[in-house]
Design a protein around this ligand. Structure first.
Ligand SMILES: [Zn+2]
Length: 380
């Protein structure tokens, strides 16, 4: 039954309100099975029922949809210098959020403690009871093990082999899953954003570093980390924290951009426009174009989504990319390729972590209270 719950919830998330008959057709479950699962979900206050559109003949069928307030997740987006925390509903809508900044050299155990303290404040401000939280999703800057427990690799010193899930579970008492942050946001764009009709999407996140996530949608949905920041654009160039030399990130990320602007306090939303006014810009833009065209040639995304500090780049930057990138990729990719800013509402980062938590703790099998025996029952 758990699998059936997951199929129905996933279909309702992606397809919106649906009649029971159409749910049975779409999921391959029997009509009786769909009726039984819908009754269970309705009893748990997870579904709405309403009359559908008026058909040409007869009465409209009753359609079921997910109640956005049927449950909540906690979401934490960790970047090298900032943690943003949010409480989100089942539609990934942010109900309360806050952020804290720290020095990138702060030990991860301290960052987890600070983020957990902030999370308790955000939960209190949301007025959502702790017991309504299904779990926690954490977006981290690095690769993650298959179970979503450990940050296995990162270019940040001290962020390798960190058991973030276990640490947050100990701090907050919520089941936790972690994911690479840009890949998680790519998935959130594919699930909840305006570009969800795209078959494949590359999300580029510019901040302290430049990372990306690739998502291929459809029956065999998958996400992957794209280390665009560590594509070598200038062999023999300056040393990079990944151990290489001349990586894109050494030219096209927050600190080097501020360096070429000559001001350390340029606000994020002005970073690209200020960099575009410098004499270094043509070379920096060329490096970005080189790394991006290589990435697009290899992965073939239909949609490139600009996030982080790229989201607030001037229109002239986006227009230049749209004009310059097609000539550098394969002909069959040119005709499909679209470049857009992120469509997720601010704060964007937390949608990625929320999407991962919603998938793990709600959409995959339904909430734990429905699909898994309680601890007391297991012991008995
Ligand atoms: Zn590097």
């Amino acid at each position: 039954m758990a699998n059936g719950i997951g199929k129905i919830l996933t279909h309702l998330r992606d397809g919106g309100p649906t009649s029971r008959a159409d749910l049975a057709r779409a999921t391959g479950l029997s009509s009786a099975g769909v009726t039984k699962i819908c009754a269970t979900l309705s009893d748990a206050k997870l579904l709405h029922e309403a009359a559908g559109k008026e058909p040409a003949l007869g009465r409209p069928a009753t359609e079921v949809s997910i109640r956005a307030d049927g449950g909540y997740v906690l979401s934490i987006h960790l970047s090298p210098a900032q943690a943003r925390v949010a409480v989100c509903n089942l539609d990934s809508k942010v109900l309360a959020d806050d952020a804290l900044s720290y020095d990138p050299s702060t030990p991860v155990a301290t960052i987890v403690d600070k983020a957990a303290d902030l999370a308790r404040q955000v939960i209190a401000s949301s007025a959502i009871p702790y017991g309504s939280l299904l779990g926690l999703g954490v977006g981290v800057p690095g690769s993650v093990d298959e179970d979503g427990r450990v940050n296995t690799h990162s270019v940040l010193a001290g962020w390798r082999d960190v058991p973030f899930a276990q640490m947050f579970e100990a701090a907050l008492g919520l089941p936790t899953v972690i994911a690479h942050n840009a890949s998680a946001i790519a998935m959130a764009e594919a699930r909840y954003g305006a570009w969800k009709a795209s078959e494949s999407l590359l999300y580029i996140l510019l901040g302290k570093g430049i990372g990306a996530g690739f998502v291929k949608t459809g029956a065999h949905e998958r996400t992957s980390i794209v280390e665009i920041g560590h594509v070598v654009v200038n062999p023999g160039g300056p040393h990079c924290r990944c151990g290489g030399h001349g990586c894109l990130e050494r030219y096209f990320s927050e600190d080097p951009l501020r360096g070429c602007i000559g001001q350390t306090d340029v606000p994020h939303e002005a970073l690209i426009s200020a960099a575009m006014d410098t004499s270094d810009w043509p070379q920096i833009y060329e490096y970005f174009l080189q790394a991006l065209s290589t990435t697009v040639t290899l992965l073939g995304p239909e949609m490139i989504v600009l996030g982080g500090d790229l989201n607030t780049a001037p229109d002239a930057f986006v227009e230049a990319l749209r004009a310059d990138l097609p000539a550098r990729v394969m002909p069959q990719q040119r005709t499909k390729l679209a470049i857009e800013r992120t469509s997720l509402p601010a704060p964007v980062g937390v949608h990625g972590a929320a999407c991962v938590a919603l998938e793990r703790f709600f959409f995959a099998h339904g909430p734990a209270t429905l699909s898994r025996p309680s601890k007391a029952a297991t012991r008995a």
